[in-house]
Design a protein around this ligand. Structure first.
Ligand code: PMP
Length: 334
């Protein structure tokens, strides 16, 4: 019989799929790494598993402990599903821009969710960083993984995501493109791919970041944007800019239009940060010859965004629908 002993054993080893329609006009191969096929539905299962195991080994997380983390949802799901098996409690702190759908998913896994305002600076006592620090300190047995500074975040990608991409492309990929949130994915995966390709004939793998317009990674001030899970208003320790060759800024409108195209044209129902990463990947791919291979990582599923990116009224309320070439109800009926 072939089965996994536990759902946590199914984290990682996600497949690559070729993008074939949205790549119109591009000469090279563009492959998407589909992270929603992780058991918790996102790339964050990888860091959750590694951070918990490392904290158990170091003694920071004791039996019966409580995991407290500021998370926009995906890290929470990963932590919750691994915590469940190991008997830990979870309390997650989310900014209020995170969809109610996503918060309910965390509650469904048995976690407690605390909601904080999005529009306060990180050092404000009500910010999700400050609130999670307070709860972790005041809860007996509380442990904060802190995905923004925990080296096991990047390390999980160095040990899993990077080698998987290298193996699945037979060491032939030209570039790796991914969104930057905590910076863990790009730092760990990028570091591995740079190292392993450093002596390669034809040059090493280029590491390209995708960032929402306004975020600090692409030179912005940290002003707000709507795409979730990526971009920052501060510089987390999980991010190592030395690993990154270029950061491409992408607008909300472009990110969401591409997210909808990925569902309709490629059958990939993915989140807004995936649309953003694909826009950056295609912009980069346009500069490459036919024999190049670009791998773009798609962090999560579109299921958590049904009332936003995939809702016409929500899209129209921000003036985004026009950008995707879709018609409004009025135009269809006219
Ligand atoms: N997309 C989504 C939806 C995310 O939740 C995250 C994690 N914050 C990212 C992209 C970025 O990944 P990382 O934190 O590793 O930079």
């Amino acid at each position: 019989m072939k089965y996994a002993e536990n759902i946590a054993d199914l984290v990682g080893n996600t497949p690559l799929v070729k993008l074939s329609t949205v790549t119109d006009g591009i000469a090279c191969t563009v492959l998407a790494k589909v992270e929603y096929l992780n058991p918790g539905g996102s790339v964050k299962d990888r860091i959750a598993l590694r951070m918990i195991e490392a904290a158990e080994a170091s003694g920071e997380l004791q039996p019966g402990g409580t995991i407290v983390e500021p998370t926009s949802g995906n890290t929470g799901v990963g932590l919750a599903l691994i915590a469940q098996r190991k008997g830990y409690k979870c309390i997650f702190v989310c900014p209020d821009k995170v969809s109610e759908d996503k918060r309910n998913v965390l509650r469904a896994y048995g976690a407690e969710v605390v909601v904080t305002p999005t529009s306060v600076p990180p050092d404000h006592p009500d910010s999700y960083y400050s609130v999670s620090d307070r709860i972790a300190a005041e809860t007996p047995g509380g442990w904060k993984p802190d995905q923004y500074s925990n080296p096991e975040g990047p390390n999980s990608h160095y040990r899993s995501t990077g080698p998987e991409i290298w193996d699945d492309t037979d060491g032939r990929l030209t570039s790796f493109v991914t969104g930057i949130g905590t910076g863990g994915t790009i730092t760990g995966t990028g570091r591995f791919l740079r190292e392993v390709s450093s002596d390669r004939e034809g040059g090493r793998v280029q590491i390209i970041g995708a960032d929402p317009e306004g975020s600090v990674y692409s030179g912005g001030t940290g002003r707000p944007y709507l795409v979730e899970g990526v971009g920052e208003d501060m510089w987390p320790r999980a991010y190592d800019p030395k690993v990154v060759d270029e950061v491409i800024a992408v607008s909300d409108a472009e990110s969401f239009a591409m997210t909808r195209r990925l569902a309709r044209e490629e059958g990939l129902l993915v989140g807004g940060s995936c649309g953003m990463a694909v826009v950056a990947a295609l912009r980069h791919a346009r500069t490459l010859p036919a024999e190049a291979t670009v791998v773009v990582l798609l962090p999560d599923s579109g299921r958590g965004y049904m009332s936003k990116i995939f809702d016409d009224d929500w899209m129209s309320s921000y003036g985004f629908l026009k950008e995707s070439g879709e018609r409004t109800v009025g135009e269809v009926l006219a």
